[in-house]
Structure formats: structure tokens, C-alpha cells
Design a protein around this ligand. Sequence first.
Ligand code: ADP
Ligand code: MG
Length: 353
Amino acid sequence: MAEVRLSGVNKFYGASQALHDVSLLVEDGEFCVFVGPSGCGKSTLLRSIAGLEDITSGTIAIGGRDVSRLAPSDRDVAMVFQSYALYPHMTVRENMDFGMKVNNFPPEDRKRRIAEAARVLQLEPYLDRKPAHLSGGQRQRVAIGRAIVKNPKVFLFDEPLSNLDAKLRVQMRVELEALHRALSATMIYVTHDQVEAMTMADKIVVLNGGRIEQVGAPMDLYHRPASEFVAGFIGAPAMNFLPVSTSAGQASFAGAPLGPAPEGTVKLGIRPEHIGLRPAGEGNLTATVALRETLGGDAYLYVRLPGETTMVVRAEGDTTLDHGAEIGLDLSPGRLHAFAADGRTLASGGAAA
Ligand SMILES: Nc1ncnc2c1ncn2[C@@H]1O[C@H](COP(=O)(O)OP(=O)(O)O)[C@@H](O)[C@H]1O
Ligand SMILES: [Mg+2]
């Protein structure tokens, strides 16, 4: 177990910069998730921690030791990839054993570690099977088992669940959380899926264009996003944004007053689940339902407002509101986020950012 500390990490591929001055502390035992859109530098950052990429400048320390220039095998980390990368001709047991065998671990120790990993991952019935005779979820558990037997200071996961179907992904998410509790290990997990980030993380690191956009606990990012980017990325369906004009500290949209907003506010954001549904003529805004998407417990109304603006509003699953209905929307000031022209958050829920 160990903390991971990054200080001023820059990474160039030739002339193009993939990581910009990344500084970050992942605490001992923490489950930290790097999240962001494809190409934002998540894998580059994770691979830099693993030692699979050389960083251009800055330092990476694991457990207080500067590992910036050390080979991957000397960093005491274990990485699990999206592609399970199992040896097809080896059994589950041999796959888990392989790394320890080549590193001359004593046979008794190897046996003990395999037994322990198989127990934690519920792989005991499958130890003598080959990967071809396992399900996708079981293969991913073997890949994780290979990491566990190394007893690393830090586990690194790069989109490990992306190849699994939706149901299995949810199940593996729960299993990984249980594994984290059982091992109390430091884990860094990369995903482009904000739902995985929200559900699994102690700490989320949102990356955008190779830069850290914000670091925080899931509900911190949900309630107090530091930027329009984070506000739009965290939460599903995504936050709605309304272009507003402000005068004398009051914001308005298409002539309708929406309450106080800080100087410089050009957009207000509100989440679909924070909008109150009212009869037409009540609330702050009037809208027309364009489309209803029913999920069961919830329904989402896609509504039209003046000026080509659209919003998504959460409703009860059995709502009868549908295409063409006129409705009122109640935007409580306590639920509004105010954004400046450069994308910075000026206030969240009425409080200055
Ligand atoms: N080996 C490489 N050579 C050149 N550019 C790379 C290499 N690996 C990644 N990149 C670039 O670095 C950026 C970040 O990539 P990556 O870390 O893989 O993003 P993510 O994992 O968030 O999708 C991208 O613009 C990508 O094209
Ligand atoms: Mg990646």
C-alpha cells in the first residue's frame, strides 16, 4: 500500500503535448478514478505511473519514493488492461502463476498467493480451465488475479470493464468495489464512463485535453463543478445550459427573470433532476415537450424553449406528458450553476464558486 504523488508531470509525443503540468495526490488506500473523454490523456497518465511511458518532465513518487526513472518492474505496481491479455494455452492457475514463476518466487509462496486470489475472486472452481472456456467476466477476474498475486503497492486499471456487456459491467463494478475494501489497496482506475467514476471513486480526477480540470469526491463534482466542462460531463442525463443575459445582478432567459447571478454570467446550468414540473403558465419558463423517453421509474422529457434552446427534464415514469404538451418549468435558484464566458463556474446553487 502506498500513496501516489505526481508533481508537475508533462508528457510530449514528439511536438504534441499529451499531459500538461499534472500534479495530484492519490492517498494510501484510495480508489481514484481518472475520467474524461477519449483522447484526454487518461491512459498516458496511467501508463506514466506504471512506467510504460517516459515522462518528459516532473516527478512521480510511490510510497514516498521517486520512481520517475525506474523500470515498470521496479515500481511495485500491477496493471490490468481492457484486453485481458491472458495466455490462451495456460490454465487459470498457470496464468496467475506465470509472473511469479519467472521471478523465481518460492513454490509454496506462489501456491498460497494463487489460492488467496482465487478465493477473493471466486475463481476456485475454474483454476484448471483455459481462458477459452471462461466467460468474459471470468477472464477479466483472472487478469485481476494476476495483479493480486503480485501484491503490488498500487493497482492500475485501464478501462478494464469496457469489453463486458452492460449487466456484467454493473456486476464487476460491485465486485471491484468489494475487492478494494477487502485489499484496502491504493487503486487508480481509468474510464471514459462517468457512471463508473461516480459509483466507484473515493476521488475523481476529471481530465480534459491533457490537463486536470477538477479533483474531488463524486458528490463534490456533482454539486460544485468547477467548470462548464465538468458540469456537463458529470451526471446523466447531462446538465442543461441556458444562455442568459444579466443586468443589475439579475439573470434572464428570453425575457423571463431567473433570479440573481454573479457579474459576468453568460450561461446558467441546471440538472434534469432539479427542474420542477408545473402546469403551463406557472414556474419560471414555459416549454413544449418534443419527446418523452420512458425508462421505468423515471421518464425524461426533451423540451423546447424559445430561441432553439432545448432542455431535458426528469419526470415520473408514468407521466402522461408527451409530444406537444405545454408545461411550466420551475428553476429553483438553489439548483442553478452560473458560468462565465471562459467556462469557469461563478456560482453553484447560489453560492459563489
Ligand atoms: N504512442 C503515442 N504516440 C503519439 N501520440 C500518442 C501516443 N499515445 C497517445 N497519444 C496521444 O496522446 C493523447 C492522449 O491519449 P490517451 O492517453 O490514449 O487518451 P485516453 O486514454 O484518455 O483516451 C491523444 O491525443 C493521443 O493521440
Ligand atoms: Mg485510454
